[in-house]
Design a protein around this ligand. Sequence first.
Ligand SMILES: CC(=O)SCCNC(=O)CCNC(=O)[C@H](O)C(C)(C)COP(=O)(O)OP(=O)(O)OC[C@H]1O[C@@H](n2cnc3c(N)ncnc32)[C@H](O)[C@@H]1OP(=O)(O)O
Ligand SMILES: CC(C)C(=O)C(=O)O
Ligand SMILES: [Mg+2]
Length: 513
Amino acid sequence: MRKIYIFDTTLRDGEQSPGVNLNTREKVEIAHQLEKLGVDRMEAGFPAASPGDLAAVNAVAKAIKNATVIGLSRSREQDIDAVREALIGAQDPCIHVFLATSPIHRKYKLKMEKSQVMDTARAAIQYSRKYFSKVEFSLEDAGRTELDFMVEVTAMAVKEGATVINIPDTVGYLTPYEYGNIFKHLKENVPGIEKVQLSAHCHNDLGMATANTLAAILNGADQIEGTINGIGERAGNTAIEEIAMALETRQEFFNAKTSLQLSEIARTSRLVSRLTGMVVPGNKAIVGANAFAHESGIHQDGMLKEKTTYEIMTPETIGLKESKLVLGKHSGRHAFREKLVDLGYELSEEEVNKAFAQFKDLADKKKEVSDNDILALLEEKLTDTPEMFKLDTLYVAYGNQLVPSAKVRILTLDDRVLETEAAGNGSVDAIYNAIDLASGEQVTLSDYLIKSVTQGKDALGEVHVVLTQGELSVQGHGLSTDILEASARAYVDALNGLIEKRKTFTKRVDYKE
Ligand SMILES: CC(=O)SCCNC(=O)CCNC(=O)[C@H](O)C(C)(C)COP(=O)(O)OP(=O)(O)OC[C@H]1O[C@@H](n2cnc3c(N)ncnc32)[C@H](O)[C@@H]1OP(=O)(O)O
Ligand SMILES: CC(C)C(=O)C(=O)O
Ligand SMILES: [Mg+2]
């Protein structure tokens, strides 16, 4: 199987992401993790950019023993000299020089004719070769360069002793078919091409960086360049983890592999995200939080029966513990029952069905139902008292210039419908006055406590109340994503408890007498 060399440029092109700035300590920390991941080559920075970057590249160069460390340079002696200085102490140094070759860059940016581009690139490679045995040359914006000129420049670079020639799709313009064909064409038309490695470097402006890189591999690329999490200039670079896992998962198709320690992928992704401050989107391939999470019932059922029904790779391969079954409104009974068992509940079929119905009600209001939500639901269900009163509807009017008022509709065990309205000092007071009117009970609210049992803006709020009536004191609690509804539920729950308690109390008093 063909080996594909991994050139990581998280510390250079990745750092070009707007808003990202890594200091020396952070670059060294990431470099050590990239070494553990097993990248073959790492581009540590652009030493001519600033004294700070030169120092950071030098620190990486000195720290890394098991990968080639690379510094980027324009085709200018002063930049090349900066790379020389930065790579002092490197075990295996390499310089990466580049010059744009496309008509747009030649005309507007460099203001050079083809011949000047050729001469400038030749001089830069020659100067670099004086100091480095490993020289990578990039034809910047190769993707929009005339094929015949690309052949000429590549042939010159081979002749001058470049060891790797990189064909960047700098602006993410090409399709996989076109990009793959460039590699095929260079392989077939550049004299001496077998003496060098050809490298692919893609950007993701049209979302095709991974596909283009894979097309290059299929057409003979020896090395691929990319970043962790796909960070980089504009829409970013090829995500290395995507290439590694594509080659791993579709080995029979690509017949190529990398030397990466795949189990370090998740850790590397987390570190890069933390130090660059670039959050990985949940749906990002391989390393997004949802990449191994399943929410819908049909998928969860499949996963519980046989994981390969919905997973083409295992989370363990990239160093994650396990797939997640996320409970939400699309989940089904199989996953819900599994969660109950996980949480230590053994419920009858009927109890599961009841709890499942409550869970679906909650899931309609919340994006994701957490373990704590389910525990709270179950506890409420298991401590159910017979419901003399059942809160049916609640309406609250509040404004900072208004007297708060509430309307409630309560259903009773003996099929009555009680509808009342009351004002109060605050919304909760108004609700409680309305419930008092409906129930006809004379009670005192002696305690009221509210807390959030889960996290986020749509968290479940739990309200505990204590009601007293003569010698009797009862607690009630209510749960809802809305605190006013939770308050009403807690009050009604306590009233139901009170009625039950009063029955036992009366029996005891009757017995004593
Ligand atoms: C596709 C890529 O990712 S390329 C790498 C991009 N990365 C960076 O640019 C980050 C580091 N860059 C920097 O810190 C600065 O741009 C520096 C220090 C390199 C240069 O700064 P300045 O001297 O102020 O020049 P500035 O960036 O404004 O302009 C770039 C100059 O380099 C020239 N240039 C661009 N690419 C090359 C090249 N490969 N070889 C030689 N000259 C080049 C431009 O034509 C322009 O020249 P001009 O001043 O004669 O018009
Ligand atoms: C410096 C080069 C290789 C680059 O990053 C690009 O062309 O995208
Ligand atoms: Mg780039």
